[in-house]
Design a protein around this ligand. Sequence first.
Ligand code: GLY
Length: 370
Amino acid sequence: MMETVSVELSARAYDIHIGTGLLARAGELIGPLLKRNRVCVVTDENVAALHLKSLQAGLAADGITCTELILPAGESTKSWSYFERTVEWLLTEKVERRDLVIALGGGVIGDLTGFAAAVLRRGVGVVQVPTSLLAQVDSSVGGKTGINAPHGKNLIGAFHQPLMVLADIDVLATMTSRDFLAGYGEVVKYGLLGDAVFFDWLEGQGPAIAAGDVAARIAAVKRSCEMKVAIVERDETEQGDRALLNLGHTFCHALEAATGFGDRLLHGEGVAVGCALAFELSHKLSLCSQEDPSRVRQHLSNMGMKVDLGDIPGDLPDAGALLGLMEQDKKVINGQLRFILARGIGESFVSADVPRDAVHSVLCEALARR
Ligand code: GLY
C-alpha cells in the first residue's frame, strides 16, 4: 500500500511516499536518485535500535551500502556541537555533492541532518525518512532545517528541500501513545486551519487512527501532507501564507518556554492546547461562533489529549508573563504579535492586528479554569 504526494517546486520538486513496508523498499525507491551505490545515514540511538536494520536491509536489497552516524536521542542533539559532529562525519565519509544523506528519525534528526546537508559542500541531497507522526506530517516536509541556539529554538537554519520523503506507516507502531497523540495534534491542526471536511473525518476516524488502523493512518498522513504541500508550494520561504502552519504555535511556544521545552509539555501537545486557545481568541474577537472552540476542545478531549492549561502538570506563570514570552516569538514583527485566527473550522488567516487585552483575557480565563 503506497500513496504519493508530489511537491511541485520546479527545480526542487520531490515526492512524499506514504505507506507500509517502505523501509524494505528503500533501495528501490531511493536508488534512482543515486549516482553511486552508497549513502550515509544519520539517526539516533532509539530509532537505530528499532528501525536501522530494516532500512539497511531495504537498501542492501538493491545493492546500496550505507554507513551510519548514531547520535543521542532528544532535543539537546539539535545543537551546534552535534551539528559540527555531523558535518565532520559526513566529510570524513567523503560525501560528495552528488551523494545523498538519509535522515532516519523524528524532527530532531530530520532538522539537524537536513541543515548539515544544506551547508555541506554548499548543499548535498537529503532524503527524509521520518519515524514519528509529527515528523511525517510536518517537519520532514517543506524544507525547514536547523538547530537550536542558546537564544531560542530553531534560530539557526536554512531552507533545504529534501529529494524524497519516505513516510513508512509501519514505524508508527513503535511510538508511545503519548508521542503519537502529540503528533496527532499537528494532524488536527491541518483540519482546523484549512479543511473542515478533514476535521469532520478526524472526529469520526480519530479513535481508529490512534488504535493503529493502517488505512486510516495512511489517509490522515496523506491529507496532512497535501495540506502542508499546497501551502509550501504557494509560499516556500514563509513570506506570507506559510505562517498559517503556525496555527496554535504562538500560544504553544509561550507554554513550551514556560515549561522548559521538556517532558511537561511535548511540542505537539502544546500545538493542540494552542489551537484550542486560538479558537477561544477567535471567538472572543467575534470571528467565529462559540460552537467552534467547543468542538475543538471536545475532539481533543475525546482523543485523551491535553486540551487546556489545567492539563499541563506543575505551575504556570501568570497571564502577563505568558504574554511576555509570546513577545519573544520569532513571528513578532515591529513588536506586533501575529496570530493565526479563524472565522470557523477550516477557515484560518494570519492577523497582526490582535489586541493585547484580548489575548491577556483568554489567558486569564484559561488559567482560572486550572
Ligand atoms: N512547521 C511549520 C513549517 O514548516 O512552516
